[in-house]
Design a protein around this ligand. Structure first.
Ligand code: DOR
Ligand code: ZN
Length: 335
């Protein structure tokens, strides 16, 4: 059995920088047509020059692959219309992190004071720049995302022309919010479609399944699966593939992040097939993102075949999800 996907897009990707970038960028560039590149490198991408330099390093690392890095800026409440309009053409979205909520987010936003956010968010609305948000409060870890939903709704109401992407949603509460506001959208990862907290911590602790937001309950996962496999038009794929070196995962004080980029398409094919919805994978993996972001990525056809794929034990010093396991689908060709 074969499945061909046109122009697959990963609308939430961490490529990192320097030596790690040389490993991660070619892997995503091989099987995706483009990806939205997260800005939480060190230091965060928060100027036009930093964005252009980072884009240049990514393009160098992918070595002529047909792949568009869709660049993001790290949100600061100091951004204004003049600053953003000057770099509008280089920018696909701006990523907002609550301060300290995850990897390299210390410089993020504290409190969600609409007055403070008014200048940058009004400018983004006027320029048509989407706002991607890591939506978690600093409450109890299992409740953080649900507690953030009222903040999403407050922003969506106050800035009705602003496209707000609820990143890597993990809860039924976020799924329900999607249909209450015309300007709310969401990305979903492949790991949150597959695992619950039980897989992370129900038996021996699995550091390579530890991420933010943490995987939730099975009813949450079911709500995510329903909107993904049934092609809800406001939902798109964003892997949140977040590599860390093995030494930062298998230690005391495990870094949050699951490395899925090289196995995402085979895992999604298996999941959509299990729900008898393979025909809807094209929408989830590309068409919805093209519509929501109004982008035209380079043409790329990725053909998957239902044949065993042995996931490598590691890519450099990065351990992927499902390392050493055999998946049911593999990438057979890319054109
Ligand atoms: O698990 C995560 N890792 N979640 C995030 O939001 C950030 C990411 C990272 O950059 O490591
Ligand atoms: Zn992320």
């Amino acid at each position: 059995m074969h499945l061909t996907l046109n122009d697959p897009l990963d609308m939430h990707l961490h490529l990192r920088d320097h030596e790690m970038l040389k490993i991660t960028a070619p892997l995503s560039a091989h099987s995706f047509s483009g990806a939205l590149i997260m800005p939480n490198i060190i230091p965060p991408v928060d100027t036009k020059q930093a964005l252009l330099d980072y884009k240049h390093r990514i393009i160098e690392a992918i070595d002529n692959e047909n792949f568009t890095p869709l660049m993001t800026l790290f949100f600061r409440d100091t951004y204004n219309y003049k600053f953003l309009s000057d770099m509008h053409d280089e920018l696909t979205a701006i990523k907002l992190y609550p301060a300290g909520i995850t990897t390299n987010s210390e410089g993020g936003v504290s409190g969600f004071d609409l007055e403070k956010l008014k200048t940058p968010l009004t400018a983004m609305s006027e320029l048509g720049i989407p706002l991607c948000i890591h939506g978690e409060t600093n409450g109890f870890v299992m409740d953080r995302e649900a507690e953030f939903v009222p903040i999403y709704e407050k922003l969506a109401t106050a800035f009705p022309q602003l496209k707000i992407i609820m990143e890597h949603i993990t809860t039924k509460e976020s799924v329900q919010a999607l249909d209450r506001h015309a300007n709310l959208y969401a990305t979903i990862t492949v790991h949150h479609l597959l695992i619950t907290l039980d897989d992370v911590a129900g038996g021996m602790l699995k550091p390579h399944l530890f991420c933010k937001p943490i995987a939730k309950r099975s009813e949450d996962r079911d709500a995510l699966i329903q909107v993904a496999v049934n092609a809800h038009p406001k939902v798109m794929f964003g892997s949140d593939s977040a590599p860390h070196p093995k030494s930062a995962k298998e230690c005391c004080g495990c870094a949050a992040g699951i490395f899925t980029a090289p196995i995402a398409l085979p895992l999604l094919a298996e999941l959509f097939e299990a729900h008898d919805k393979l025909d809807n994978l094209q929408s989830f993996i590309s068409d919805h993102a093209k519509n929501i972001y109004n982008i035209t990525p380079p043409k790329k056809s990725v053909t998957l075949k239902k044949e065993p794929f042995d996931v490598p034990q590691s890519y450099g010093d990065i351990i992927p999800m499902r390392a050493g396991e055999t998946l049911k689908w593999k990438i057979a060709s890319v054109q």
